[in-house]
Design a protein around this ligand. Structure first.
Ligand code: HSE
Length: 436
């Protein structure tokens, strides 16, 4: 049988890794796919041939549309990232009847509904395993391995850069900016690092996971997103004293009123396996009604781990080239006509427990005033710590954990607490999840 011809868009960190894995493991890959898979064409504005094994056998140009429009190419692999021209290139490839493999989480989260509809109409596949958690096969697991289950919730550490920063702050007390610079130098961070630290990258990935888990259209615009740039070392320390770790989690949960879709720093009990996922590693915890909790762990970024997922998709697509399009695994795990209109809940309607830290005057009645306001709003205190004042200091930190409360109630209570003369500045609040 003729080899399957791949056109690679991008020869950067992931594109270069994909090329190298396809070359290095060619024989093993052909045994799995049933056919040889070769990169015949690539497009890259700038690239270094050093380190790209056998790149001289590939026609490399700088026009990505020329690759997409080349009639010889069977599978277009989009690894340039960003929204545009990635969207136009992918839609053009689909219009040309080509299958597409992409690692582009931003593209799928924002334009996936349009892209999958176009692919469905044209009878081609758009595969995107590498878009979430790099080399961890979480998309295949959700779409196929867990297909028997009613998925209840997912909680994931799905941004390696953010996890690296929080881990270094906890273990070494390092400064936020300093750790971010190191993550950038290691090639993990997004081109715009605010995507990592403000949770946008994680929100792209969570949006995709929620669609696959619950069979709902992609709704990135409804994802609540809060970053880690306001986490202070003292919060990491207090969390530890309560027996918790702070992780930047993406959480999506099916409730009777709708789907929760939220990315934010979160206290989780230190004894949970996922609380011990450190550095740039990713982990996704999925709760299915039949299987119970399952945890998927591995490298969420980097050249070869991401290439591992991209090449797995290329093999999958190759295996299905001769199958009837109606009988392929649906893009979003559920048949396109079976997507649900279950709403995504506004964050104000979400229930979580909270960690609160406030700076208060060290005098009688302060604690009573604070706890009185919480009680008026139906908020129950689970645990509390007040530190001794430093020598000569008039203010002390008051740190507490609350029981679960509706977000809008917590906001109202905090507004009243912050208005007290005896409370200085804003109250720091971080959500708490037990992940049971
Ligand atoms: N910037 C991302 C991360 C890369 O740090 O996880 C992988 O999507």
């Amino acid at each position: 049988m003729n080899p399957v011809k791949v056109g690679l868009l991008g020869l950067g960190t992931v594109g270069g890794g994909t090329h190298n894995v396809l070359v290095r493991n060619a024989a093993e890959i052909a045994r799995r796919a049933g056919r040889e898979i070769v990169v015949t064409h690539a497009a890259a504005r700038e690239y270094s041939a050093a380190g790209l094994e056998g790149i001289d056998r590939v026609t490399v140009g700088d026009d990505a549309f020329a690759v997409v429009n080349n009639p010889e190419i069977d599978i277009v692999v989009e690894l340039i990232g960003g929204y545009s021209p990635a969207r136009e290139l992918v839609l053009q490839a689909i219009a040309n009847g080509k299958h597409v493999v992409t690692a582009n989480k931003a593209l799928i989260a924002l334009h996936g509904n349009e892209i999958f509809e176009a692919a469905q109409r044209r009878g081609v596949t758009v595969a995107f395993e590498a878009a979430v958690a790099g080399g961890v096969p979480i998309i295949k697991s959700l779409r196929e391995g867990l297909a028997a289950n009613h998925i209840e919730w997912i909680a994931g550490i799905i941004n390696g850069t953010g996890n690296f920063i929080l881990t270094e702050m906890k273990d070494k007390g390092r400064d936020f900016a300093d750790v971010l610079a190191e993550a950038q130098a290691l090639g993990y961070a997004e081109a715009d690092p605010t995507f990592d630290v403000e949770g946008i990258d994680a929100a792209h990935k969570l949006t995709i996971l929620a669609s696959l888990a619950f069979g709902i259209p992609l709704q990135f615009e409804r994802c609540y997103t809060e970053g880690i740039s306001r986490i202070e070392p003292q919060d990491v320390t207090y969390a530890e004293q309560f027996g918790y770790r702070i992780k930047h989690l993406g959480v999506t949960r099916r409730t009777e009123h709708g789907v929760e879709l939220r990315v934010h720093p979160t206290l989780i009990p230190e004894r949970r396996l996922i609380a011990n996922v450190d550095g740039v590693m990713n982990a996704v915890l999925v709760m299915g009604d039949a299987v119970g909790p399952t945890l998927y762990y591995g490298a969420g970024a980097g050249s070869l781990p991401t290439a591992s997922a991209v090449v797995a998709d290329i093999i999958d697509v190759t295996r299905t080239l001769t199958t009837d399009p109606e009988n392929r695994v649906p893009h979003l795990a559920f048949q396109p006509g079976e997507l649900s209109d279950m709403p995504v809940l506004p964050i104000d309607d979400v229930f979580t427990a909270y960690y609160l830290r406030m700076t208060v005057e060290d005098r009688p009645g302060v604690l009573a005033a604070v706890s009185g306001i919480l009680s008026e709003h139906g908020i129950s205190i689970e645990a509390m710590q007040q530190k001794e004042p430093a020598e000569g200091a008039a203010q002390v930190p008051l740190v507490m954990l609350t029981q679960s409360v509706r977000e809008s109630q917590m906001k109202a209570a905090l507004a009243q607490i912050e208005a007290l003369d005896t409370v200085a500045g804003a109250v720091v609040r971080i959500r708490v999840e037990q992940l049971k």
